[in-house]
Design a protein around this ligand. Structure first.
Ligand code: DAT
Ligand code: MG
Length: 137
């Protein structure tokens, strides 16, 4: 079993799509090990996306991620990291395959509805950024 980290981003939360996304997560066979709603500050969003600090879209991204509440989650499944990325679809909703979350709920490249870790090291960092061990028993 593997764990990954996911976010229902502010656009999907504001659009009232959190429930549909959580339903899909269960349908695809994930166990939800941790889940909470947060309203990130700009600084907290910058810390989370630190690896992207030199990218031209860093300010836009962190402004968006701190623009409203989101839902942070720890998901468990076999091959959870790849499985969750597959369910989300391509970064740009316009290029995401039919049936993926970003295709269905993404509004634009920036406001693409969901986040998912891309490797075991980033999953460990991202889970630890938002959850303590006690919250994941
Ligand atoms: P992903 O979220 O698929 O792992 P990423 O890590 O490359 O994609 O980028 C993080 C987020 O930043 C992405 O979900 C949306 C935003 N983003 C990426 N490229 C962008 C761009 N060229 N313009 C605006 N936002 C961008
Ligand atoms: Mg990424």
């Amino acid at each position: 079993m593997e764990r990954t980290f996911g976010i229902i981003k502010p656009n999907a939360f504001a659009d009232g799509n959190s429930g549909k996304i959580i339903s899909r997560i269960y349908e695809e066979g994930f166990k939800i090990v941790g889940l909470k709603k947060l309203y990130l500050s700009k600084v907290e969003a910058e810390g989370f996306y630190y690896v992207h600090k030199d990218r031209p879209f860093f300010d836009e991204l962190t402004e968006f991620m701190s623009s409203g509440p989101c839902v942070v989650m720890v998901l468990e499944a076999e091959n959870a990291i790849q499985k969750w990325r597959d369910l989300m679809g391509a970064t740009n909703p316009a290029e995401a395959a039919e049936g993926t979350l970003r295709k269905e709920f993404g509004a634009s490249l920036g406001e693409n509805a969901t986040h998912g870790s891309d490797a075991p090291e980033t999953a460990a960092f991202e889970i630890g950024y938002f959850f303590s061990g006690l919250e994941l028993l």
